[in-house]
Write a protein that binds this ligand. Structure first.
Ligand SMILES: Cc1cc2nc3c(=O)[nH]c(=O)nc-3n(C[C@H](O)[C@H](O)[C@H](O)COP(=O)(O)OP(=O)(O)OC[C@H]3O[C@@H](n4cnc5c(N)ncnc54)[C@H](O)[C@@H]3O)c2cc1C
Length: 288
């Protein structure tokens, strides 16, 4: 664990490695500088697309850069970065003067690049190393919590425990996404909702891990998933319920689930008459 972290490991290398990135996030929480890492991580993720010729992607990047600017740099922004006034004033000035719809993407990136470099240089890998050692020791003694099911119950418990070093969380679900069941009925009449109600689980936890797989066996102190035995100190069962109809996903593939939604949408679109029995959840389908 963290064996590949050396004095000269760059922040970019850390951001590319899942374990090291998670370490960096935990370090930032301790330093009360979480916003710095969120900014570095988000900027680093989109930086690689700077040369893209794809117009849709370019538009998405403009929106994303705009979001980074308003969330991290603008006055009274939600996650204002702790950067010197001069760097901030310069970024604000350039942003006001140089960002129009016609401004090339590379020019917009260059405004935030200065801020990125500044925030990155505040972090010294050498200062993270002692923290990594400390964490390694703490993880050895951490309470292992396995959570089966990443629905409302499982994800809530996982996110709450994940914040504490005292717990090592393993969240397991056969689906790679969290699906908001109450909205599923609306997604059958509005296919655009699909993307909003199927949320990837890989990045949900910062310290713990998500495993996609079907738990096939429970023992008093371990579970079996994907042919592997995972031990626990505590087990949370959040497997929910199932329905005879397809209202909850029966299949584990996201593409198949999306196909299900589209098929229901087509059937509903073609129907001449629809009878909704029950004015509770049924009404949400009617009003969508
Ligand atoms: C149409 C509809 C509308 C609703 N509206 C509301 C509402 O407005 N308000 C409200 O409070 N409730 C509503 N509900 C109920 C609500 O959706 C459920 O109470 C809630 O989803 C239960 O959450 P859960 O985490 O317990 O289980 P689930 O959301 O069912 O999640 C269980 C998870 O466990 C996983 N799983 C199961 N077995 C295994 C296994 N062996 N290995 C790995 N993974 C496994 C499943 O893949 C699933 O992701 C609605 C339900 C429906 C169907």
């Amino acid at each position: 664990m963290f064996a590949n972290l050396k004095d000269d490991t760059s922040i970019e290398e850390i951001l590319k490695n899942h374990d090291l990135k998670s370490l960096l996030y935990q370090f930032s929480v301790k330093q009360l500088a979480e916003e710095n890492i969120i900014f570095l991580d988000e900027y680093h993720q989109i930086k690689n697309f700077i040369e893209t010729k794809d117009e849709d992607l370019q538009n998405d990047l403009r929106i994303k850069l705009n979001g980074l600017f308003s969330n991290f740099i603008e006055d009274s922004s939600q996650y204002a970065l702790n950067i010197p006034d001069a760097t901030k004033t310069d970024a604000l000035k350039r942003w006001k003067e140089q960002t129009t719809k016609e401004t090339p993407l590379s020019a917009i990136f260059s405004i935030l690049d200065e801020t990125y470099k500044h925030v990155r240089d505040l972090l010294k890998t050498s200062s993270i190393l002692p923290f990594a050692q400390e964490l390694k020791q703490a993880t050895k003694n951490a309470i292992k919590v396995v959570i089966i099911g990443a629905g409302f119950c499982g994800t809530l418990v996982a996110r709450l425990l994940d914040k504490y070093k005292a717990f090592q969380v393993v969240l397991i679900d056969r689906k790679p996404v969290f699906e908001s069941t109450p909205y599923s009925i609306m997604a059958m009449v509005d296919p655009d909702l699909q993307e909003k109600i199927l949320l990837p689980l890989d990045n949900l936890l910062k310290n713990g891990v998500f495993i996609q797989g079907h738990v096939t066996k429970l023992r008093s102190n371990s579970v079996d998933v994907n042919g592997t035995n995972i031990p626990f100190d505590y087990l949370v069962l959040g497997m929910g319920s199932s329905y005879k109809s397809g209202i909850k996903a029966q299949n584990w593939s996201v593409n198949y689930r999306k196909k299900n939604y589209l098929e229901s949408f087509e059937k509903i679109k073609e129907a001449k008459k629809i009878l909704i029995v029950g004015g509770g959840t049924g009404m949400s389908m009617f009003t969508t």
